[in-house]
Design a protein around this ligand. Structure first.
Ligand code: RB5
Length: 148
């Protein structure tokens, strides 16, 4: 299950991503927004992050104007690793090395076609584990207030 959400700045990207998920018979939860009316992005980050932390969804996709604000909000949630991505290399590496669980993109930065391409890479690339698992554990330690 993939959980998706956006603000008005990311609406066009989310629409393209939802069409891609539908076409490929990938189950998804769409938290909106559904119109171009201006909305705050943090509640959408919270909804998608909550789906992942509860186990309702394995991965999430969030879009805003730049992808930045919505990623900052999502990354405040313990256990969320949200990555702003603008190209294929970063989409692949944030899965392989960072085990990102939310892909963030900006509707004022990339095209809907690129957003679909990055989504496909993000959903189909595994985490490598090994030395990268140690680094992910260190991120979790910081979340828990531990010193590194
Ligand atoms: C909304 O205008 C815009 O600030 C938002 O979509 C996002 O880009 C914030 O990071």
């Amino acid at each position: 299950m993939i959980s998706v959400g956006c603000d008005h700045g990311g609406l066009v990207l989310k629409q393209a991503i939802v069409a891609y998920l539908k076409e490929n018979h990938i189950d998804y939860i769409d938290h909106g927004t559904f119109t171009e009316e201006s909305v705050n992005y943090a509640p959408y980050a919270f909804k998608v992050g909550s789906d992942i932390l509860s186990g309702r969804a394995e991965k999430g996709i969030l879009c805003c104007g730049t992808g930045i604000g919505i990623s900052m909000a999502a990354n405040k949630m313990k256990g969320i690793r949200a990555a702003v991505v603008t190209n294929e290399f970063c989409a692949e590496m944030t899965r392989r090395h960072n085990d990102a669980n939310i892909l963030c993109m900006g509707g004022r930065v990339i095209s809907p076609e690129m957003a679909v391409k990055l989504t496909e890479i993000f959903l189909n690339t595994p985490f490598e584990g090994g030395r990268h698992a140690i680094r992910i554990a260190q991120i979790a330690a910081i979340e828990n207030g531990e010193e590194l």
